[in-house]
Design a protein around this ligand. Structure first.
Ligand code: AMP
Ligand code: GLY
Length: 437
């Protein structure tokens, strides 16, 4: 089979790496890919948002299966476009992607189907929102309705912060039209967990549990990022809790989608807060998490392509996933300045040394292979010794390691991190701290 993976982050590198192990696969393309991905796939210079360009490429190359990493093309209707032309593609259609594309849609959906989530109110008028905030008092969480590159959620500890967030979103329009409406919701306390499941619209096949680390600094300090590291499994999600999440969140979501005639195939990702009143949904995503995917896929023994095909074809009941009984952690190495303005173009050292360590994987996110002015010139094939990599994004690489325990996985992964450096590199030193304590 010929596979096309869409996206350019660490999640997509992990997907390409896992797909490359499938016995069904002959050739992998990635659009647009990154420096590391170009070792395993042929990178093509088409942006993830360029649905027409991707469709054209898939038709010309006779791609057998397209796998969508990021949310933007899903929300833009790439699955509808491909399916209309009988091209196989993994992910939900535009209607289902609303669960991630609109916080207002997601909250109203949860309210309608009694799915536990923080109490909330929806506003399209800033003055009404401010009046409500003044009456309610802090802490509160303010969420721009639409996609905002992971920056649309503000956890406000004071009334002033909450009002400032409303002004930025609705009056200064920092997220553009994504801020025409917003959600003001109660602040939940507890541990977070990422629950990813595959669904063909009827059947549910859970992936291993995981936990992300959103804040940039150790001890969960500093601003939110796309995610600074992850580990799997998340011990807090034991069988009993998973059953509760399945019956109170996952199953009602699947039947709610069916009830609204939304056919949903792909990954459903519930970000949950485990409160003392039980698990509650913080957000839904309709794709693999990043960095969670880097910590989940190395634990999977089963063939991912076979599983994705079963998802698309409505045959998930035939698949039973096999997992390694090991823990996996992923530490993200980020560029100086990230998550604000960051530097690019720094040479990355130590990758070859790092690649020698067993059961460790260096997934690339924001990297380029040096010498290539664009990714199209970096053709497939193994990286040669003389290959050099430079930084090209905020999250640069995700160093990932397996171990028999979380402790072992943590120790091994940080040994590999210590071999890698580039100017300005920073990373969290406490990934998996909750599981270790
Ligand atoms: P989201 O993009 O909705 O996942 O929100 C990003 C992060 O904001 C979450 O991972 C939580 O850490 C935090 N968050 C979102 N909603 C709430 C809430 N109701 N209470 C507390 N924290 C929240
Ligand atoms: N790790 C958070 C996300 O993928 O949205």
């Amino acid at each position: 089979m010929k596979i096309l993976v869409i996206g350019s982050g660490g999640r997509e590198h992990a997907l390409v790496w896992k797909i490359a192990q499938s016995k069904l696969v002959d050739k992998i393309f990635c659009a647009p890919g990154n420096g590391g991905i170009s070792q395993q796939a042929e990178c093509v210079d088409i942006k993830a948002e360029d649905i027409a360009g991707l469709l054209d490429f898939a038709r010309k190359e006779k791609i057998d299966l397209t796998v969508v990493g990021p949310e933007v093309p899903l929300v833009g209707g790439i699955v509808d476009e491909f399916s209309n032309r009988k091209l196989k593609i993994f992910g939900p259609k535009k209607k289902g992607a609303q669960l991630e594309a609109s916080k207002v849609f997601a909250k109203e959906f949860m309210a309608k189907y009694n799915i536990p989530t923080a109490d909330f109110k929806i506003f399209d008028d800033p003055e009404q929102a401010k009046k409500y905030i003044n009456k309610k008092g802090a802490p509160l969480v303010i969420k721009a309705d639409g996609l905002a590159q992971g920056k649309g959620v503000i956890v406000a500890r004071t009334v002033e912060q909450a009002i400032g967030a409303v002004e930025q979103i609705m009056q200064d329009k920092i997220f553009g039209s994504a801020g025409e409406k917003l959600v003001v919701e109660d602040c939940l306390e507890g541990q977070e967990a990422s629950i990813l499941i595959l669904t063909d619209g009827q059947n549910v096949l859970p992936l291993a549990s995981s936990q992300d680390h959103k804040r940039v600094f150790d001890n969960d300090l500093g601003p939110n990022t796309g995610g600074m590291g992850a580990y799997s499994p998340a011990p807090v999600v034991d069988n009993k809790l998973f059953e509760e999440i399945n019956s109170s969140i996952i199953q009602p979501t699947i039947s709610g989608l069916q009830n609204q005639s939304i056919s949903f195939q792909g990954v459903l990702y519930a970000g949950v807060m485990i409160t003392d009143k039980g698990p509650k949904v913080l957000e839904f995503n309709v794709r693999f998490g990043d960095p969670e995917t880097q910590a989940i896929l190395p634990r999977l023994n089963s063939d991912l392509v076979e599983t994705m095909l079963a998802t698309i074809e409505g045959k998930l009941e035939k698949i039973k996933l096999s997992w390694k009984n090991q823990a996996c952690i992923c530490v993200v190495c980020a560029s100086g300045g990230y998550p604000d303005n960051y530097e690019k173009g720094k040479e990355i050292f130590g990758l070859e040394e790092a690649a020698k360590i067993k059961d460790c994987f260096v997934f690339h996110a924001g990297t380029l292979r040096r010498g290539s002015t664009s990714l199209t010139t970096s053709r497939s094939g193994q990286a040669k010794d003389k290959d050099k990599y430079i930084t090209f994004g905020g999250r640069v690489i995700g160093v990932t390691g397996l171990g028999n325990t979380i402790r072992q996985a943590v120790d091994k992964t940080y040994q590999v991190v210590a071999k890698i450096n580039f100017e300005g590199m920073h990373y969290r030193k406490d990934i998996a701290h909750r599981a270790l304590n």
